[in-house]
Design a protein around this ligand. Structure first.
Ligand code: NDP
Ligand code: GDR
Length: 326
């Protein structure tokens, strides 16, 4: 049985990736950091009906020894480093923690792999946030980086140390530069989920308005289920490499609000207002990816449309609130 170790197992991508790997017959291990709130740890895996099928190993990205131990115990053929402080806004409030977890944490996993599992194929969760300030109409693997947040700076460190370990030690280390991807399992603080949850609350009479930040930013939004497939494909290649993963369509936050409210027959303009409190010290205004290389080399194409994804998220949030009120 092929074995995989996934960091960030309790997050959105950790859940969908685990599901994919289990479907493919892998034995899946997750690196789990201790929490006093035990009941929330497996929430997303439970949602997908796979919580009992993933084996958890205690560890933290900031503790090199725990990662070495996890690798010694699990002896994985594939390592997916998805763990991070991943919320961009928080990275201004906790910049050093973000640097430690999101940047040095990735380095810890690579170093642990070099010492304890040098033959394993390694995936680093890089991000379109690394492109930051717009420099080209469409961002590809050849676009220069210009990070605009402590999070993006940390991701850039993680990205380059992945490239460096590949080139220095010949490790099979690949980096997926993934654009925003969402799902009903997206954290509630991210903008799509905040909006679909807000729509559900307003529709059910639990809230009257939705207070937002910058409505003019645009993002290239795909579905997490499609994007974890790209991660897996990267690790099946003979040679490691870096790949942009995106849909090639960009949509503003404003338009996303319009689509989400329209799902329940409402006009967003009657409910959405903006507040400085949700604006960022430095913004990434536009992201639009060119995933030509992933299409040609990996045979990867997205299958779920933006509208279908938002519809699925609104429906799931309505169902959640209905279940909670029963
Ligand atoms: P989430 O925020 O949903 O999940 C983050 C995961 O990291 C959680 O499992 C969290 O565990 C874990 N984690 C945080 N700190 C530590 C730590 N110190 N030690 C071990 N684990 C830790 O992120 P997503 O699933 O959305 O994203 C997965 C990865 O992909 C992240 O690295 C993110 O930065 C990156 N990415 C995401 C994109 C997206 O659009 N979703 C796009 C591009 C990149 P806990 O539950 O304990 O907090
Ligand atoms: P992002 O995602 O920063 O792109 O990072 P997020 O959903 O937080 O923001 C997207 C855009 O929406 C604007 N926005 C708001 N954002 C939030 N969260 N809340 C609001 O009320 C709001 N109003 C407007 C933001 O300013 C921004 O322009 C995500 C994360 O998953 C990262 O980990 C990942 O690397 C990148 O996507 C690619």
């Amino acid at each position: 049985m092929r074995r995989a170790l996934v960091t960030g197992i309790t997050g959105q991508d950790g859940a969908y990736l685990s599901q994919l790997l289990l479907e493919k017959g892998y034995q899946v291990f997750g690196l789990l950091r201790r929490s006093a709130s035990a009941e929330v740890m497996g929430e997303r895996l439970r949602w997908l009906g796979i919580e009992g099928q993933v084996e958890m190993i205690d560890g933290d990205l900031m503790d090199l020894s725990s990662i070495i131990r996890a690798l010694q115990v699990t002896r994985p053929a594939e390592i997916y480093n998805l763990g991070a402080q991943s919320f961009v806004r928080t990275s201004w409030d906790q910049p050093l923690l973000t640097g430690n977890v999101t940047g040095l944490g990735a380095h810890n996993v690579l170093e642990a792999a070099r010492l304890a599992a040098p033959e394993a194929h390694f995936y680093q969760a890089s991000s379109s946030e690394m492109f930051g300030k717009i420099q080209q109409d469409r961002q590809s693997e050849r676009t220069p980086f210009y990070p605009r947040s402590p999070y993006a700076v940390a991701k850039l460190y993680a990205h380059w140390i992945t490239v460096n370990y590949r080139e220095s030690f010949g490790m099979h280390a690949s980096s997926g530069i993934l654009f925003n991807h969402e799902s009903p399992l997206r954290g509630i603080e991210f903008v799509t989920r905040k909006v679909t949850d807000g729509v559900a609350r307003i529709k059910l009479g639990l809230a009257r308005e939705l207070v937002m930040g910058n409505l003019e930013a645009t993002r290239d939004w795909g579905h997490a289920r499609d994007y974890v497939r790209a991660m897996w494909l990267m690790l099946q290649q003979e040679t490691p490499d870096d790949y942009v993963v995106a849909t090639g369509r960009t949509v503003s936050v404003r338009e996303m609000c319009r689509v989400a409210f329209a799902c329940v027959g409402l006009d967003y303009q009657e409910f959405v207002r903006t507040d400085e409190r949700f604006m960022r010290p430095a913004e990434v205004d536009v992201l639009l990816g060119d995933a030509g290389k992933a299409r040609t080399r990996l045979g990867w194409v997205p299958t779920i449309s933006f509208e279908d994804m938002i519809g699925e998220m609104v429906e799931a949030d309505i169902a959640r609130h209905r279940a909670a009120s029963r």
